[in-house]
Design a protein around this ligand. Structure first.
Ligand SMILES: Nc1ncnc2c1ncn2[C@@H]1O[C@H](COP(=O)(O)OP(=O)(O)OP(=O)(O)O)[C@@H](O)[C@H]1O
Ligand SMILES: [Mg+2]
Length: 467
């Protein structure tokens, strides 16, 4: 803030003699008075009077000229604090019009209207200018001291207003800064809350998987035994039944040589028991049971993989793209009628992994993508790339997409939206477990009706303690 006070006054009057009067009143000969002050100081040792009011007076002889000076002064950053404006100026603008123009350019200007008589009543004038707080009236003929005091008071008022507005501006700035800091802090807080929520979600997810994994391992172990003897018994039963059928055929042939009464009795029995139907149905029933138990066996195997028991596979350096290609060959049939496959591979180094498990992850993702297609043929895009110490694979489809509230459940074991028999809901939870075991991440983004992209990120090398 400038400490230099503003002493600048503009006088607008068409009568030259008024300018002389004002000059005498407001700027008494400085040189003479300064000399007097200095002599007084030398003689009596008193200090030089510093507070003698000094004004800087500019003259204009018409409204337009006055406005020109005011505009120039603003441009030079040396604004006037006060203008004395004559009300009656026959050529050009009158006082009221001049004041309107001055305030349009500089609303802070303090104005004194000088007049002996006016074309307006004072009420009219005040109403027209709408600025009762910036306007004083000085009636001619005026008193010298009145002019001086008006000039003094208005300069002080201008300065106080200026200072208040600078302070107000400063305060507003402080408030703005405070608000910005507050906003930043609350944004940071929100980010932290979101991160925490996500971490908690992940933690819950991995704990849930871990405990389900143990449960699954236990259940798998318990089921494995009965599955074993049921399927072996079914095999044996199949053999026995075949033998029995052979025997029945032999009996049927022998019965033809029996006496008529006994043969008729047997025939009756055969009809009542619907033996022909039984003979047809028994092998079918056994076949279905074998298939059923085979399916249970496969689920149990998935469960075991999911719970990471039975893992005696070797960590190897393997090429992800080769893995994807061999997986594509295996699922080719599944894809053939559903989607075109687009490959966007970037070169990748070999990564340290359990290749068969990684292939299983990729297979689950590709099969899911194919199953997400509607009646129309879609596209599955496979992408690979490297970022810092990780390799990534993306499987993107143009399928049904996943609703936001479903999205949180898809990694849960047994969560499926597919019809019974088509999905067990283990594919993704299994994949999640495998990726975690590799120290990697699996993520998904999806838009309902547009498609889904799964992304798997795997570290290039494993930080395992030496076996
Ligand atoms: N690409 C995808 N597009 C749309 N939905 C998907 C996609 N991948 C997974 N889902 C949803 O996630 C659910 C769980 O998938 P997950 O692979 O775990 O089980 P599944 O495919 O239903 O059965 P499974 O893989 O055991 O045969 C699916 O039922 C489906 O609702
Ligand atoms: Mg699946």
């Amino acid at each position: 803030m400038s400490e230099q006070s503003n002493r600048r006054i503009l006088l607008i009057d068409d009568t030259p003699s008024i300018h002389d009067d004002f000059r005498k009143i407001l700027t008494p000969a400085r040189a003479g008075s300064a000399q007097l002050d200095e002599m007084e100081a030398a003689l009596f040792g008193s200090e030089i009077k510093a507070d003698r009011p000094v004004f800087e007076l500019d003259s204009a002889y018409g409204g337009q000229e006055g406005l020109g000076k005011l505009v120039q002064a603003l441009r030079d950053s040396r604004p006037y604090a006060v203008a004395f404006v004559d009300m009656r100026m026959p050529d050009g603008w009158d006082g009221a019009k001049t004041i309107e123009h001055l305030w349009q350019e500089d609303p802070k200007l303090q104005v004194v209207v000088c007049t002996a008589y006016s074309d307006y009543s004072w009420d009219e004038l005040l109403d027209r200018l709408q600025a009762h707080d910036r306007l004083l009236i000085l009636k001619k003929p005026f008193d010298n001291i009145e002019v001086q005091q008006m000039a003094n008071t208005l300069l002080t008022k201008w300065e106080m207003t200026e200072r208040a507005s600078i302070q107000m501006h400063h305060l507003e700035q402080l408030v703005d800064e405070g608000t910005a800091q507050f906003r930043q802090a609350s944004e940071a807080l929100q980010r932290e809350i979101d991160e925490r929520r996500q971490l908690e979600g992940q933690l819950v997810q991995s704990e849930k998987l871990a405990s389900l994994g143990q449960l699954a391992a236990g259940v798998a172990h318990e089921i494995n035994n009965p599955i074993g003897f049921i399927s072996s018994n079914l095999g044996t039963l199949d053999g026995y039944i075949k033998q029995l059928l052979e025997m029945l055929d032999a009996y049927a042939a022998a019965s033809r040589s029996l006496e008529t009464g006994a043969a008729a009795q047997l025939e009756q029995l055969r009809a009542r028991l619907e033996l022909d139907f039984l003979l047809e149905d028994i092998p079918l029933l056994i076949g279905e049971s074998k298939e059923g138990i085979g399916r249970v066996g496969r689920i149990v195997k998935d469960l075991k993989d999911f719970s990471r028991v039975d893992t005696n596979q070797e960590w190897q350096w393997a090429n992800l793209q080769l893995g994807i290609e061999s997986t594509l060959n295996i699922v080719a049939n599944e894809l053939k009628y559903k989607a075109d496959v687009v490959k966007e591979y970037q070169p990748l180094p070999d990564i340290e992994c359990l290749p068969s498990q990684i292939n299983q992850v990729i297979m689950n993702l590709i099969v899911n993508a194919a199953q997400a297609m509607g009646p129309e043929r879609g596209t599955i895009t496979l992408r690979t790339g490297q970022r810092a110490d990780t390799a990534w694979v993306e499987v993107a489809d143009t399928g049904s997409g996943i609703a936001p509230d479903t999205l949180q459940k898809i990694f849960d074991p047994f969560f499926t939206t597919k019809p019974v028999g088509q999905g067990t809901g283990l594919g993704l939870s299994l994949s999640y477990g495998i990726v975690k075991k590799h120290g990697g991440e699996i993520s998904v983004r999806s838009e309902l009706g547009a498609g889904t992209t799964f992304r798997v990120e795997l570290p290039l090398r494993q930080n395992r303690p030496a076996a």
